[in-house]
Design a protein around this ligand. Structure first.
Ligand code: UDP
Length: 252
């Protein structure tokens, strides 16, 4: 990792550096893993490399079906060049089946199919443990406009259709996932664009046959074999062919 570059922001799993030209940033994927609002922490060697590749894979494909996003190109094992957006301080969760906090809130068995896909918004604020918010809160506090909420919901459903199909084709059920969006400003106008990452850190992925978890719940719930499962997700998507040594380490 270069030390000359200016660090713009460091999050739990990624670092943003100044990009090579105005309007760009470099997104660096760390091996650091956190859960339960950073109460639980670990370094999972190779995770950043896998997530960089999986996120690249989906962002490129989403772009080809007209879902523009911040991804420009991958630079190396851990870094991608992205567009600088004004991040909207919300997490958009799309759910196809009950799991996690939804199961807890409503007493639903994990894996129970939902009558339709459900979209939820959470405020991106670790100090407040990312509370769930409604459209009323979002518009009253000016986190996003009604138009932006509509755009995020429409884009999220299109992403859900695409991801459900892509994972389904390789024997993986997409239970739920989290997206983040930003504003791309052009003069006085802005449009909503998909940002952040799409990876086993931000999705719940279950093997269609065995219903085994292949995502971050393996870390959250101490199920073991976290990297092995992330690698298997990448392998099934056909994107680990030229990098078989991730688990052996040595990738920094
Ligand atoms: N999620 C995420 N980051 C967060 C919270 C949730 O990527 O800070 C993802 C999580 O991996 C899952 C989905 O959003 O795929 C729904 O998470 P849920 O609300 O069930 O919360 P959790 O049970 O993970 O606390």
């Amino acid at each position: 990792m270069s030390t000359r570059r200016k660090k713009i922001y460091e999050g739990k799993g990624k670092i943003l550096f100044e990009g090579p030209e105005p309007g760009t940033l470099i997104q660096y994927f760390k091996d650091d893993t956190t859960a339960f609002n950073s109460e639980k922490k670990a370094v999972l060697e190779g995770k950043g490399v896998i997530n960089n590749r999986i996120s690249e894979y989906f962002m490129i494909r989403l772009n080809t079906i007209g879902i523009q996003n911040h991804f420009i190109r991958r630079l190396n094992l851990r870094e991608q060049l992205i567009r600088e957006l004004e991040i909207i301080p919300l997490q958009v969760v799309v759910r196809n089946a009950a799991a996690g906090s939804l199961s807890n809130r409503f007493g639903l068995p994990e894996g129970q199919a939902l009558p339709r896909s459900i979209i939820e918004f959470y405020l991106k604020d670790d100090k407040l443990s990312n509370p769930m918010v409604t459209e009323e809160h979002i518009t009253a506090f000016n986190w996003a406009t009604t138009q932006e909420i509509d755009d995020m919901m429409a884009l999220s459903l299109r992403v859900n259709d695409f991801l459900s199909g892509a994972f389904g084709a390789v024997g993986i059920n997409l239970i739920d996932f989290k997206l983040e969006f930003g504003r791309l400003w052009e003069n006085d106008f802005s449009r909503v664009m998909l940002a952040d990452e799409i990876s086993p850190d931000s999705c719940r992925l279950w093997d269609s046959q065995t219903l085994e978890k292949m995502d971050k719940d393996r870390f959250r719930r101490d199920l073991g074999d976290v990297i092995e499962n992330y690698t298997e997700v990448a392998r099934r998507l056909g994107i680990m062919k030229e990098m078989p040594t991730v688990i052996q380490g040595g990738l920094h």
